[in-house]
Structures are given as C-alpha cells and as structure tokens.
Write a protein that binds this ligand. Structure first.
Ligand SMILES: *[C@@H]1O[C@H](CO)[C@@H](O)[C@H](O)[C@H]1NC(C)=O
Ligand SMILES: *[C@@H]1O[C@H](CO)[C@@H](O)[C@H](O)[C@H]1NC(C)=O
Ligand SMILES: *[C@@H]1O[C@H](CO)[C@@H](O)[C@H](O)[C@H]1NC(C)=O
Ligand SMILES: *[C@@H]1O[C@H](CO)[C@@H](O)[C@H](O)[C@H]1NC(C)=O
Ligand SMILES: *[C@@H]1O[C@H](CO)[C@@H](O)[C@H](O)[C@H]1NC(C)=O
Ligand SMILES: *[C@@H]1O[C@H](CO)[C@@H](O)[C@H](O)[C@H]1NC(C)=O
Ligand SMILES: *[C@@H]1O[C@H](CO)[C@@H](O)[C@H](O)[C@H]1NC(C)=O
Ligand SMILES: *[C@@H]1O[C@H](CO)[C@@H](O)[C@H](O)[C@H]1NC(C)=O
Ligand SMILES: *[C@@H]1O[C@H](CO)[C@@H](O)[C@H](O)[C@H]1NC(C)=O
Ligand SMILES: *[C@@H]1O[C@H](CO)[C@@H](O)[C@H](O)[C@H]1NC(C)=O
Ligand SMILES: *[C@@H]1O[C@H](CO)[C@@H](O)[C@H](O)[C@H]1NC(C)=O
Ligand SMILES: *[C@@H]1O[C@H](CO)[C@@H](O)[C@H](O)[C@H]1NC(C)=O
Length: 580
C-alpha cells in the first residue's frame, strides 16, 4: 500500500536547539503554603488565591519517585456538598493566559496511603475533572495509592484568555474531590504535529494517553523539563520503556525537529526483532492522533538502505496507513539524524480491537526496525464548548464579586452542568434563565446588573438583607417570577413592575415599601393571573386616596383584601393586600 494522504513525514538533520527558559510556565502546588523552586528548576506557587481558599489542606507522604521538593506532599480537598464544582481559574491578568495559544495542561493526584474522609466505595475515590464548559475525564484512584501519581493531561487551544480547570463536588454524586498539582505550559505553535492535528480536528482538545521514551536505561528514568538541553522544553513527561535490545548514543541528536522531543528521548532507541507489533488497548469509538519518533543512532549504519522497515498502523483490524522507512536516508544521510511520522487526520477506532503499530524489516535491509519515542493522544469526541454567553458570564461575575458567599462560585455557570442556584437555557451558548440567591445573607442594594440577563424568567432574592429600592428591571421581558420577600426594601413600588409582560408571580412580602401601588400593577392583578403578595409592608396611600381606589381597580370578579392600620380621612395604610 502506498503512503496515505493522511500522513505527513518529516526528515530533519542534526542541529542543537538550546532550550529557552520556562517562559509562561504556570505551576500550582495545591495545598502548598509557599512558593519554591524544585530540583528541575520549576517554580511552584501555592494555590490559596486560585482555590478561593475553599477546601481543606492535608499533608501526605509523597511517592518515593517524587524527591523532596515536590507538589505531591500536600493535597487540597473540597468537602461539603454546597458547591457542585470547584474551579481554578487562570486568567490573562494574573497568569498571562493568552487567547489563541495551545496549552499543555496537566493535573496530578497523589492521595498517599489514605484520604482523610470516607469515599462511596471503600479504598477508592472517584470524581470528575472539567475543563472550561466540558467534562475532561474521570479520575478514579485506588487506595492506598501506589506507584506514581495519577495524571490527567490535555492539549487545549485557548479560545479565550481564561482557562478554568474544575473538579466536581459531592453535589454531582462524586466523591469528595482532591488535587495535588496543576500545570499549564504554553506551546504556542511550536509542536507542529499537535498543532496541525488540532487544526484538522477543529480545535478539539487532545488527551495524552501515552508518551514513551524507548530504550531508557531504567524504569524510573522519567524525562520532563529540567532546565537544560536534555530535559523536555515543554515539560512533557516521557515514560521510560526499558525493553531491549537498546541502542544509545551520547552524541547530540537533532531536537530541532517537528515537536521538539527532548534530546534524551532521541538518544535512546529500542531495536526490535525483524517483525514487531506495538499495540495499545484503547477506549473504542473515539479518534486518536499519534506521533512516532525515530533516530538513527547506530554506529553500524553508514548508508542508505541499511535499515529499511515498513510501518503499518492498524485501527482494530483495518489498515489506517502504511509507509516504508529508510531511516538513514530519511534522516538526511546523517547519523544521529531524526525522523518523525505523525497523523494529520485522526485515526478512528471503531468497534474492533486496539491500535497497533506493526514494524517489518524489509528485504535487503541489514538492520532491524528501531523506534525512539511515541506519543498517542485521544481526540475529544466533540468540539470544545464556547461556554455560556460571554455577557451573561461577565454580568454574573459583576454581581457575585460583591458577595464573598457567591464569589467562590467560579468556572462556567451553566456547563457542563449548572451552579446549583441557577438554571440556564438549552442553547449551545446558554443564557441564564433562573436565579435563586435566597437566604445568602446578601445586603446593600439589589444590583442593577440583573437587568442584563436577557432570558431571565425567575429572579428570587428572598430572605436576604437587601435594602434601598427595587432597581430598574424593565428590560426583563421574560421575567415570570420576581420574589423579593423578607428583605428590607424601601421606597415606592416601581411602575415598571406593572409593565413586565410575562410577570405572573410577584412576592414583595415582608419588606418596607411605602407610597402607591402603581395603577398599572393593580390593573395587571385585575386583568391577568398575576399573583401579587404584599403582606408585611407599611403602605401609605397618597392624600386623597381611599382604599376603594385600589379595590375598584381589581374589577368586579376580584376581591382585594387589605387591612387598614392608620385610618384618617386622607391617609390609609395597608399591612397586607392580598388578591384572591
Ligand atoms: C532534509 O533533506 C531534504 C531533501 O534534501 C530537504 O528538503 C530538507 O529541508 C532537509 N531537512 C533539513 C532539516 O535540512
Ligand atoms: C483499605 O485502606 C485501609 C487504610 O485506609 C488499609 O488498611 C486496607 O488494607 C486497605 N484495603 C485494601 C484492600 O487495600
Ligand atoms: C516556541 O515558539 C515561541 C513563539 O514562536 C518562541 O518564542 C519559543 O522560543 C519557542 N520555544 C521553543 C522551545 O522552541
Ligand atoms: C555515555 O556517557 C556515559 C557517562 O558519561 C557513559 O557511562 C556511557 O557509557 C556513554 N554511552 C555511550 C553509548 O557512549
Ligand atoms: C498486534 O498486537 C495486538 C495485541 O497483542 C493484537 O490484537 C493484534 O492483532 C496484533 N496485530 C498484528 C498485525 O499482529
Ligand atoms: C479506521 O480508520 C479509518 C479512518 O480513520 C476509518 O474510516 C475506519 O472506520 C476505521 N476502522 C475501524 C475498524 O475503526
Ligand atoms: C457592574 O455593576 C456596576 C454596578 O451595578 C455597574 O455600574 C457596572 O457597569 C457593571 N459592570 C459590568 C461590566 O457589567
Ligand atoms: C436541549 O436541546 C437538545 C437539542 O436541541 C435536545 O435534544 C434536548 O432534549 C434539550 N434538553 C432539554 C432539557 O430541553
Ligand atoms: C443599606 O445597607 C447598607 C449596609 O448593608 C448601608 O450601608 C446602606 O446605607 C443602606 N442603604 C439604605 C438605603 O438604607
Ligand atoms: C431596615 O432598614 C432600616 C433603615 O435603614 C433600618 O433602620 C432597619 O434596622 C433595617 N431592618 C432590618 C431588618 O435590617
Ligand atoms: C421602614 O423604613 C423606615 C424609613 O423609611 C424606617 O424608619 C423603619 O424603621 C423601617 N421599618 C422596618 C420594619 O424596617
Ligand atoms: C401566590 O404567591 C404566594 C407567595 O409566593 C404563594 O404562597 C401562593 O400559593 C401563590 N398563589 C397562587 C394562587 O399561585
């Protein structure tokens, strides 16, 4: 079979690219108390502010592999079922998040031997991880946790200049969630294969499934950023594969190749038998992107045609693509040259079997197939959500930022599920349709910004300490319910209420309104099914008014029920006005 058009193959020659400093790295130590620099030169910051100081911090014994300076020695967990998501929000202002840049995002979880709380299933904790308005993945960890930390990593194209990473709370039926660390690494467009794949997959995120360094000397030799030419400049973590025979070189190998693998990945390789099959059992029904790294590091290979092998990629039992690699030639006729193969369209794995990479030595080739590294990504099944309408989000933030009780709610208000005190329309970019901020101890004046929620049908601010008058909400043309009972609102009842076309329930009980009940509101009670409750207000009619003025407005088939508390010829006060 010929090369498929869905493949691109890049051959590059030797040259050393010096690693740039860790510009743009964001490294958060969850539960950490202060900033520090670890042995790899990565600067970690504590997560106090990012977590809104919600949750509880516990010290844990880090895994033996982690060394002494590690973010894995503390966790932050989020007990309580009040919030259904706990988010870390990275923005442009504080963290330099850039719209239009692709990020590697990695969350790590290390519980140690046990968690300081009960889980639904003994010795196991399970919760969900969210990215922005989408579900990222499920995290399920057996306890006591052994080996290395659990990691979730994805590549995300930032469509805004904020990135929210959230874990779900008990309110979604999960266990109490915890987290050890969170990192963001800007990739700009540098990782060519990833970027072209992201473009082809219309900016779907990729989950990193496998990232392997073949020919590693030891199974504890993970490669990541280490502040020099040998580490990974993007802080990808490469898992060692120690199966042999192993080829190694100490000579410089080109890293200035597509996707810039670290030198140490290209300096070791696994030399296979004449025919070899590298296979990954993967979740079915989804798409994958892969990148394979080859480098010719054997002293024995001196010319074209000496190491020639075919590579067949199988999704299940069908052939996704194939090619023949003459490695010396493809590395531009240099020893220590590198060669990279990657998919530019996702490989779909349907109902049948794993992904397999089958290598076969070609006739006339002196040497067997080799491989230096491999990356395999799962492409998200759907486009990343753009989330709730931007104006709605900004308005909500404007309101909640005044109230510490509500300001801890971060992340997308509607997706992938709603905050538990509001509901949203069923659009791909939702609007907020109901808000219930009852009994939250909210005080001061009711924010006028509520008027900006275009699709609002219900606004319930009952049982707080709001004072002042009702702001102008006349733009809320879909508002059906306005519930402001048990506050300390004063002033006249505003005229616009009678003009709200959709209003069916208006509860102003137990406030301190005074002045007129507007004529149009009384008309509305009389002519429509508006349920208007007005108990517990001191109501003063204007001079010349009588309570009959009000009663007659209700029409003959309605009955107004009010109690006179100040009875003079010119003034009357109602304690209650109840229309039945
Ligand atoms: C490798 O060789 C090919 C063909 O000669 C050339 O097009 C390509 O630019 C070379 N790659 C590098 C990185 O020099
Ligand atoms: C479950 O965890 C407890 C400690 O929390 C431990 O003593 C016990 O051995 C664990 N059980 C299993 C099956 O791992
Ligand atoms: C990645 O790309 C940016 C912007 O093009 C560049 O400044 C940076 O040096 C590149 N980093 C690496 C490690 O190649
Ligand atoms: C590479 O260098 C190390 C130490 O510097 C040495 O132990 C090893 O034998 C060298 N390997 C090769 C293949 O030259
Ligand atoms: C490769 O290995 C996998 C797992 O062992 C197997 O299912 C698959 O059939 C093999 N493919 C080939 C072409 O040998
Ligand atoms: C293999 O991949 C191709 C292209 O992505 C797809 O059309 C085909 O259905 C896949 N086969 C299986 C068995 O998943
Ligand atoms: C936030 O609210 C204040 C007062 O309610 C208002 O003046 C301001 O314009 C609002 N800002 C935004 C961005 O909505
Ligand atoms: C939301 O809309 C989708 C498609 O428009 C529909 O399939 C789904 O049932 C709707 N959900 C609700 C709760 O209305
Ligand atoms: C409303 O209450 C706040 C304190 O919560 C107070 O500062 C303000 O003066 C009050 N406004 C009115 C109109 O009573
Ligand atoms: C309501 O507001 C008035 C005037 O600001 C104040 O005197 C009274 O204590 C407040 N009542 C409550 C229950 O907050
Ligand atoms: C109602 O408001 C008036 C001032 O407008 C204030 O004197 C009175 O204390 C308030 N009543 C209550 C019950 O808060
Ligand atoms: C009217 O509203 C009040 C308070 O919200 C409620 O208790 C009552 O049941 C409602 N009556 C009708 C007929 O809906």
């Amino acid at each position: 079979m010929k090369l498929r058009s869905s493949w691109i193959f890049i051959a590059l020659c030797t040259s050393c690219l010096c690693v740039t400093a860790q510009t743009g790295f964001i490294s958060i130590d969850c539960g950490g108390s202060k900033g520090y620099v670890d042995k790899n030169g990565i600067s970690w910051d504590p997560d106090g502010q990012l977590s809104n100081n919600v949750g509880t911090i516990v010290t844990v014994t880090p895994p033996p592999s982690a060394g002494t300076t590690t973010p894995l020695s503390t966790i932050r967990y989020f007990p309580g079922d009040r919030q259904n998501k706990y988010c870390y929000v990275f923005n442009n202002h504080d963290h330099g998040v850039l719209k239009g840049v692709t990020y590697l995002i990695r969350a790590s979880f290390w519980a140690g031997s046990t968690l300081p709380y009960a889980t639904r299933v003994p010795n196991q904790t399970t919760f969900q991880l969210l990215v922005g308005a989408d579900v990222w993945d499920e995290v399920s960890i057996g306890l006591p946790q052994t080996g290395r930390e659990e990691i979730r990593e994805l590549y995300l194209f930032a469509s805004k200049d904020t990135i929210d990473i959230c874990i779900t709370g008990q309110a979604t039926g999960s266990d109490i969630p915890f987290i050890s660390s969170l990192v963001l690494r800007p990739l700009y467009g540098n990782l060519t294969s990833v970027q072209s794949m992201l473009n082809a997959a219309r900016n779907r995120a990729f989950l990193s499934k496998h990232r392997i360094n073949y020919g590693a000397a030891s199974d504890s030799d993970y490669i990541r950023y280490q502040g020099n030419d040998l580490g990974d400049p993007y802080d990808r973590i490469w898992k060692p594969d120690i199966q042999g025979p192993i080829l190694t070189t100490n000579k410089t190998v080109a890293t200035d190749v597509y996707d810039h693998p670290p030198a140490r990945v290209l300096q070791t390789a696994f030399e296979m038998s004449d025919s070899f099959n590298i296979s990954f059992p993967l979740p079915l029904g989804t798409s994958y992107h892969f990148t394979l790294y080859f480098s010719e590091i054997s002293k024995e290979v001196k010319k074209d045609g000496q190491r020639v092998f075919s590579l067949q990629v199988l999704n299940g039992s069908s052939l996704f693509g194939s090619l023949v690699i003459d490695l010396y030639k493809l590395s531009n006729n240099t020893r220590n040259g590198a060669y990279i193969a990657y998919s530019i369209f996702p490989m779909y794995i349907g109902s049948a079997g794993p992904a397999s990479f089958v290598f076969t030595k070609q006739k006339g080739s002196k040497f067997s197939p080799i491989i230096a590294g491999l990356e395999l990504f799962q492409v998200f099944d759907k486009d990343m959500s753009l989330g709730t309408d931007n104006n709605e989000v900004a308005t909500l933030k404007n309101i909640t930022s005044s109230y510490p009780n509500l300001d801890i709610w971060t992340g997308d208000p509607c997706l992938p599920f709603e905050y538990n005190w509001l509901t949203c329309t069923n659009n791909s970019r939702p609007y907020i349709s109901t808000i219930s901020m009852n009994n939250q101890g909210l005080s001061g004046e009711i924010p006028e910004s509520f008027k900006s929620f275009k699709a609002l049908t219900r606004l319930s601010l009952a049982e707080n300490k709001f004072n002042g008058s009702i702001p102008d909400l006349s733009s809320l043309v879909y508002l059906e319910t306005l519930d402001l009972h048990n506050n300390n609102l004063t002033g006249p009842i505003p005229n616009f209420l009678g003009g709200l076309p959709a209003l069916t329930t208006l509860n102003l009980n137990n406030n301190n309104f005074s002045g007129h009940i507007p004529r149009n509101l009384l008309d509305k009670v009389a002519t429509s099914r508006l349920n208007f409750s007005f108990e517990g207000n001191a109501y003063l009619c204007n001079e010349g008014s009588t309570h009959e003025f009000c009663t007659t407005s209700f029409g003959s088939n309605k009955k107004a029920n009010f109690r006179l508390i100040v009875g003079t010829a010119v003034k009357c006060a109602f304690l209650a006005l109840l229309i039945i």
